[in-house]
Design a protein around this ligand. Structure first.
Ligand code: BDR
Ligand code: CA
Length: 313
């Protein structure tokens, strides 16, 4: 049975790869996209989300959302990783469509309430839209089918600070609300995304298989690859956001543990995700007060990379 999803995103090179999967995979029904600041400003994110649907020949509704974090000032966009246009500074065709008139949060609330028990929220950017949707209608926690968040890091360390992953760090207050809400959530963080490398050989198959969309994905990948070569010394890219979809469609490739999540919102550890395994007693209860979630801690990274290339080849 197909998974009906809303994809909350800040495209972004790895977001674009994941959007292509969401548009192409037969087991995924992409109901709409909601956009946030993060890898780019929110207007660019909306432009890129519309563009990717159009280039794939499958335009889907796109609703624009958070332009900045809920509480703190916004950090500069990482143009050295994703390019100024979010897609590796390659030339892009014009966009024909327009964003939905509703805010991202309202789009999420309306869609979830219209189809109770059917919609999975897959969030791969800072979490302001999901937090705002919870604020508009806290009852959506009982009506979503599931929530999958690409973000955080339990044992792996951070990628934007020694302890924080980018999506959580970019709006730690929003993340705190989303990761402690009472809904069926799975966290797909750096513990698994750093175990997965999309190689140039994978990318060549994707480029050959996707026509104009393949050109766009491969062009932006080339820019992103250079960042990984310099930063991590690897030849290839971690396809972070695609792992949220891999978890949805191929959960047998992952190992998870249940437990409670908290997010540090201030100080040197700002943006860190803390994990208290279910049933384990600590010196106080304060790390274990939020509902239990599933957290991905292991993955067959090669199998996920092959799944991505097979889906798009
Ligand atoms: C996450 O941060 C963004 O830069 C990527 O698109 C991904 O969602 C990885 O930390
Ligand atoms: Ca992203």
């Amino acid at each position: 049975m197909a998974h009906s999803i809303i994809f909350d995103t800040d495209p972004g090179v790895d977001d674009a790869q994941a959007i292509a999967i969401a548009l192409r995979h037969p087991d995924i029904d992409l109901v709409g996209m909601t956009t946030t600041f993060g890898n780019v400003d929110v207007e660019t994110a909306t432009h890129n989300a519309l563009l990717l649907g159009e280039v794939a020949g499958k335009p889907v509704p796109v609703a624009q959302g958070a332009a900045a974090p809920m509480v703190k000032p916004r950090h500069p966009a990482p143009a050295h990783i994703h390019g100024d246009n979010g897609l590796g500074n390659i030339d892009l065709p014009d966009v024909q469509g327009k964003a939905d008139a509703r805010s991202a949060a309202q789009f999420i609330v309306d869609t979830v309430n219209a189809r109770p028990g059917e919609i999975t929220l897959v969030a791969v950017g800072p979490l302001g839209n999901l937090a705002a949707a919870l604020q508009i209608d806290p009852g959506i926690t009982a009506r979503v089918k599931g929530v999958v968040v690409m973000g955080g890091s339990i044992r792996e360390g951070g990628n934007v600070t020694p302890v924080a992953e980018a999506n959580i760090f970019n709006d730690a207050h929003a993340a705190s609300r989303v990761l402690s809400a009472d809904w069926p959530l799975t966290l797909v963080g750096l513990d698994v995304t750093h175990r997965c490398v999309l190689t140039p050989a994978h990318m060549a198959r994707i480029e050959a298989g996707q026509g104009e969309l393949g050109r766009l994905l491969a062009g932006s990948y080339a820019f992103y690859r250079e960042f990984y070569r310099q930063a991590l010394g690897i030849d290839g890219c971690c396809p972070h956001d695609s792992l949220a979809l891999a978890w949805l469609v191929r959960p047998e490739l992952f190992t998870t543990q249940r437990g409670h999540l908290s997010v540090v919102t201030d100080g040197l550890a700002e943006g860190q995700t803390l994990f208290a395994p279910a049933g384990r007693a600590f010196i106080q209860k304060r790390w274990s007060t939020s509902p239990e979630m599933d957290v991905c801690l292991g993955v067959d990274g090669d199998a996920v990379s092959d799944w991505i290339a097979d889906t798009l080849a």
